[in-house]
Design a binder for this molecule. Structure first.
Ligand SMILES: *Cc1c(COP(=O)(O)O)cnc(C)c1O
Length: 401
């Protein structure tokens, strides 16, 4: 029997990582020693106190039942306390915080709450794919706003055509940014909030990497902008901050009406976060600051050793001050992101992600993650050095990238 996917699924853009995934599997099956810089998933374990909190909570049979959809009051209060400590912003735990089964869950459900056919979501290009794909699944139209290196990967909001703006309801932002590793300062968030107010947009800022910042830089929250709660929500996640990608817990906070719409969708789709995971989340949010410092030092060390060694190899890549991504223009002589990633895999046994997988404006870039040890990153840089040295002179110099 042939069962055809619904039109909304058929409308999703093709998955651009298919070819690289297949090639990676083949290489692994052939027993090659692959260094995988493709996945954005911390390689180090969840901190022990969080695991212990889960273990203890799982022994308590009162956690084995349906959770309240809305999330435990204690979790909301722990989030509010963390948010005020971190950003100096007070949130009403009952109305301005909505726990999520990972922030991706909330990001993907939000368009179902607010988009009608013909409505537009403004999404950065390149971007984390759910902003675009969830808009399509919900029957809306994504409109890409290019992120250019010349503008520090901040969107040119005033470049959006007026007729698109009239149909737009949602504006997605993501700083610190995946995949570009760009950061935004508070004045940018102030301009974005003013823009959203003028054009009656719901502003959705994804702060999944807010704590993964280096060199003394601290990322602001969009909710620090006075009046931001009138138009904005912000997504937060325990996944990257506490090495909890598999646990599925995060939250949205900010504008109460937007959260109420999202909560209504969720109440028809899921039945809440496992209570034991919620208790573990409370434990995570009360960990001492040293945990975050250790996490930052780990990635800074890896970043510096990788970037420095790549420079020796003849490839100058940017040194990000946030996230665990290296977002780099291709070494000279490569015709496309896909060709470069194919070459990295074939000639250096390295998996990297082609930039155009995040949107057409990502063409000409590759993304590499700092989620393997510093030793492996140096080995990767050395392999790249060898492979670059083997490239024929002509293709190294004459073909523009
Ligand atoms: C990893 C990531 C998330 C986190 O997703 P969870 O569902 O909370 O694990 C959200 N946004 C971006 C941009 C990410 O890279």
């Amino acid at each position: 029997m042939a069962f055809e996917f619904a039109k909304r699924l058929q409308q999703l853009p093709p998955y651009l990582f298919v070819e690289i995934d297949r090639a990676k599997r083949q290489a692994l099956d052939a027993g090659r020693d692959i260094i995988d810089l493709g996945v954005g998933d911390p390689d180090t374990p969840t901190p022990q106190p969080i695991i212990e909190a889960l273990y203890e909570a799982a022994q308590d049979s009162s956690t084995h039942h349906y959770a309240l959809d809305a999330g435990m009051p204690q979790l909301r209060e722990a989030i509010a306390a963390w948010f005020e400590r971190r950003f100096g912003v007070r949130l009403d735990p009952a109305k301005e915080i909505l726990p999520l089964i990972g922030s991706k869950e909330g990001i993907a459900h939000l368009p179902f709450a607010f988009l009608n056919p013909g409505d537009v979501s403004l999404v950065p290009d390149p971007c984390y794919p759910p902003y675009r794909n969830a808009t399509i699944l919900a029957g809306g139209e994504p409109w890409p706003i290019p992120l250019d290196a010349a503008r520090q990967f901040l969107p040119d909001l005033h470049g959006i055509p007026g007729e698109i703006l009239k149909r737009s309801k949602l504006l997605f932002l993501n700083y610190p940014n995946n995949p570009t590793a760009a950061t935004a300062d508070l004045p940018f968030f102030e301009r974005a909030v003013a823009f959203a107010r003028t054009h009656r947009l719901m502003l959705c800022q994804d702060a999944a990497y807010s704590e993964m910042t280096y060199d003394g830089y601290r990322a602001p929250s969009i909710l620090q902008v006075p009046g931001a709660k009138d138009v904005a929500i912000e997504f937060h996640s325990l996944s990257k901050t506490f090495n909890m990608t598999g646990w599925r817990i995060g939250w949205a906070c900010g504008n109460a009406e937007i959260l109420a719409g999202l909560a209504k969708v969720k109440s028809n789709v899921d039945s809440g976060i496992f209570v034991a995971v919620q208790r573990a989340g409370i434990a995570a949010l009360s960990l001492p600051a040293e945990h975050l410092e250790r996490m930052r030092q780990l990635y800074v060390g890896r970043r510096d050793r990788f970037v420095d060694r790549l420079a020796v190899a003849g490839w100058q890549v940017p040194r990000p001050r946030a996230t665990f991504y290296i977002w780099s223009p291709l070494p000279s002589g490569f015709a496309s992101s896909a060709a470069c990633c194919r070459w990295l895999l074939d000639e250096a046994d390295i998996v990297a992600t082609p930039g155009n997988g995040f949107g057409v404006a990502g063409e000409g870039y590759v993304r590499m993650t700092l989620t393997v040890s510093a030793e492996r990153l140096e080995a990767a840089a050395d392999r790249i050095a060898k492979a670059l040295a083997k490239r024929p002179r002509a293709s190294r110099s004459s073909v523009p990238s």
